[in-house]
Design a protein around this ligand. Structure first.
Ligand SMILES: *Cc1c(COP(=O)(O)O)cnc(C)c1O
Length: 425
């Protein structure tokens, strides 16, 4: 299997090279040259086994092909159970049982397992740069912590992530260091892009990124959707809380390669770039507005190019997908109401998708839907607890992380100072 750019201006490349590069040389995103069809994996197996069956064709002929079984075992070491809710016709797919309690643990751990193997013969460490507004940095830090041959610099906007998120980001130590940047998320992203594009700096400090456009994060995300669909009765209709479209595109890819997935809806917060597009207007990326579902505060979803590429045209994409926007008041209402009526506690991101499900029901849709639960509510305690009037029990792994000491180093939003810091590490 070879990989091409969504923009068509890069030579077809091997998966390992696409994973190491992150972005294609023409600025596009890597996609498989041709989507394979996979034979259906058995319904009652383990998640890691389903992942292996689904991912094998994507690794065909690649230097990592023989490592794929152990890569899957490492990345899919925690479960992703699908559970029926006490809400008629709704299931949740719980993607938050990993070390940092959000779905990004799966992709980050898979990418880490791939990159450490790709670097096993090099004498200098690879430095992974990650700009984060919260969840991504924690998942990447946890996934790479204490692995040989790699180290991670996490950049986050000082005072703009929740206290619990900041604590998580600074809790690793060792080969993972946290930098609190004087500025916003865009400043963090600019510093990372500037460093990655600086060839002199690359010569001194080999660097790579771990953002959501990496194939090493996107491909494995197909697995839990596929695994859950094998155990649903009939094609599984899915609602995905959506920001950068990484999780949703992975779900569509799983359907494309033959897994029994039915309709896929994208649940967005007040950032309505996608709802507007699916409503028939031209695609128009813009700045994000802040919401209480902050991991989805995205105004220009980076995986949109992959969505358009998958369907061949914007009109065809509109025929095959649907996106809806949910505002903060509705998110709060969902969290409060379900805690009272059926005892379910949702994180703000999952709550957007629950709201989209409820709208379907009111519109007379009687089908069963599966909502992707993307994070544990304890990660967003400052939003959730005041709404439900009680504390949310913290999962064990998250609790262990929060019990550790945390430190972050201050950094001015200045490219030259960041380069000096990297050279001095
Ligand atoms: C990242 C994230 C999302 C959005 O996922 P995308 O792949 O960016 O669309 C949703 N919920 C949570 C909890 C997240 O951390």
């Amino acid at each position: 299997m070879r990989y091409i750019s969504t923009r068509g201006g890069a030579a077809p490349t091997r998966l390992s090279d696409a994973i190491a590069a992150g972005i294609a040389p023409d600025g596009g995103l890597y996609v498989p040259e041709k989507m394979p069809r996979v034979p259906l994996p058995p319904a009652n197996g383990y998640l890691a086994g389903t992942a292996l069956r689904m991912l094998e064709p994507f690794f065909e002929g690649d230097p990592l092909e023989d490592d794929l079984p152990t890569i899957c075992a490492e990345a899919f070491a925690h479960p992703a159970p699908r559970r029926e809710l006490r809400i008629d016709g709704a299931h949740v797919l719980e993607l938050f049982h990993g070390p940092t309690a959000a779905f990004k643990d799966f992709g980050a751990r898979f990418l880490a397992a791939c990159l450490t193997r790709l670097r096993r013969d090099s004498d200098r460490p690879l430095t992974i740069l990650v700009a984060t507004s919260g969840d991504t940095g924690a998942a990447v830090g946890a996934a790479f912590h204490n692995l040989p041959g790699v180290r991670v610099a996490i950049l986050y906007p000082d005072n703009r992530v929740s206290p619990r998120q900041a604590h998580q980001l600074g809790s690793f130590g060792g080969n993972v260091r946290a930098l609190r940047v004087e500025g916003g998320f865009d400043d963090c992203q600019r510093l990372v892009k500037g460093a990655l594009g600086d060839s002199a700096l690359q010569g001194d400090v080999p660097m790579s990124s771990a953002n959501s456009i990496s194939l090493g994060r996107l491909l494995p995300q197909m697995a839990y959707f596929g695994h859950a669909s094998l155990n649903a009765d009939g094609p599984m209709n899915v609602i995905v809380p959506t920001g950068n479209l990484g999780n949703a595109v992975a779900c569509l890819w799983a359907r494309e390669i033959g897994l029994p997935i039915g309709d896929v809806l994208f649940a967005c917060n007040a950032n309505d770039t996608l709802p507007e597009f699916f409503g028939g207007q031209p695609y128009r990326g813009r700045d994000a507005v802040p919401t209480i579902a902050n991991a989805m505060d995205v105004g220009a979803p980076s995986n949109f190019e992959r969505l358009r590429h998958l369907f061949g045209s914007e009109d065809n994409a509109r025929r095959n997908g649907h996106a809806e926007s949910v505002d903060d008041a509705e998110i709060r209402d969902v969290i409060r109401r379900h805690s009272d009526s059926d005892g379910e506690i949702f994180c703000p991101h999952t709550a957007t998708a629950i709201r989209v499900f409820e709208r379907r029901r009111h519109a007379g849709d009687t089908r069963t839907w599966t909502v992707a639960a993307t994070a544990h509510p304890a990660k967003f305690d400052t939003v959730v607890e005041p709404l439900i009037g009680r504390t949310v029990a913290v999962p064990e792994a998250l609790g262990a992380m929060l019990a550790r000491e945390a430190t972050a180093e201050p950094l001015a939003a200045d490219g030259r100072m960041f380069a000096d810091w990297l050279r001095g590490w």
